[in-house]
Structure formats: C-alpha cells, structure tokens
Design a protein around this ligand. Sequence first.
Ligand SMILES: CC(C)(COP(=O)(O)OP(=O)(O)OC[C@H]1O[C@@H](n2cnc3c(N)ncnc32)[C@H](O)[C@@H]1OP(=O)(O)O)[C@@H](O)C(=O)NCCC(=O)NCCS
Length: 157
Amino acid sequence: MNTVIRRATAEDRHAICDIQRAAILETCRRCYPSEDITVWAGLLSPETYYDVENRYIVVAESGGALEGFGQLNETEGEVDALYVSPKREGKGTGGALLRHLEERARAHGVTQLKLRSTLNAESFYARSGYERLALVRYRLVPALMLVCVEMRKRLTN
Ligand SMILES: CC(C)(COP(=O)(O)OP(=O)(O)OC[C@H]1O[C@@H](n2cnc3c(N)ncnc32)[C@H](O)[C@@H]1OP(=O)(O)O)[C@@H](O)C(=O)NCCC(=O)NCCS
C-alpha cells in the first residue's frame, strides 16, 4: 500500500500521540532506563498537540492509518520530532519522513539541520548523513533528564 506524507491536522492528534507513546514504550525502551520511559510516556497526551496546525508537523499515512510523524522548526533549522509506530519500524517510513523534512528545510533556505537524537536513533540519523556533535543531558521536565546526541547535517542542493 502506498504511503502518503501530508500535513497533520487537528483530527490526527490522538493518532500522533498514540504513535509517540508506543515508540517511546517499545523502541526507546531499548536504550533508556524503564523509570525514565515511564515518566516520558506519561507526559504525553493529545493536548500536547493542541496547536498541531500551527507547527510544521507531517504524518505518514497508509491505508487510512498513520505510521509515523515528523516535526520541523524551519526558523531554528531543527528536526524537533520523528516517530514511527513500532509496528512499522524498519519499513522506510522514518527515512521518508526525514527526507521530506529536509526538502522542506531546503525550500526555506536552511543550509544546516540540527537535531537532538535519542540514543536508539543515532545510527538511523548517521546513515542519513548526520554527524554526532556531542552527547548531552537534556532536561525534558524537572523529573526527567534524558541523555541524547546532538547531531547536524549540512544540506546541499
Ligand atoms: C528512529 C526511527 C524514526 C526510524 O524509523 P524507521 O521507519 O524504522 O526507519 P527506516 O525504516 O526508514 O530506516 C532507514 C534506514 O535507517 C536504518 N535504521 C533504522 N533504525 C535504525 C536503528 N535504530 N539503528 C540502525 N539503523 C537503523 C534502516 O536499516 C534503514 O537503512 P537503509 O536505508 O540502509 O535500508 C524509528 O525507529 C523510531 O520512531 N524510533 C523511536 C522514536 C525515536 O527515537 N525517534 C527519534 C527522536 S529524535
């Protein structure tokens, strides 16, 4: 079945939240302590995406179901989020979403994209040309400090 990448709408908020929660609970769990995973997944609710239409968030959809989503901040030149349903992992969805966000960034004159990768996704980004800058501790909320990898890719035309 064909996968389509399109802008997210308010109707997608529940599905986006479900994908993010499942990806944290299953995929990110491989690299983070379970106490952190519990706090992290517990932060999510569809309300987190109340302003989904004001941000550049795209979803990958196939057969009426969402497989993943990605978020780009064009002003900061930063990939803010990229999550694929664990059920769809390894089927090209994450790569397709990332390429889409890169194209969008290029179209907005961004010459260098940065992101904060989870430990589990570092190899995925490295395969797409992102270089590791530093291992950082990122305080998501007072009760949660996540070790992440700052990465960067120069965009060429
Ligand atoms: C990271 C993530 C988005 C990848 O999505 P995906 O749909 O599984 O990735 P793809 O199938 O498009 O894989 C693209 C390439 O990366 C490789 N790849 C994917 N995940 C990988 C991993 N964890 N380690 C190494 N390589 C990986 C694939 O083998 C593929 O390589 P190829 O192009 O040579 O065939 C997904 O695993 C995910 O949602 N993870 C949990 C959430 C997360 O950590 N997101 C990052 C937040 S910064």
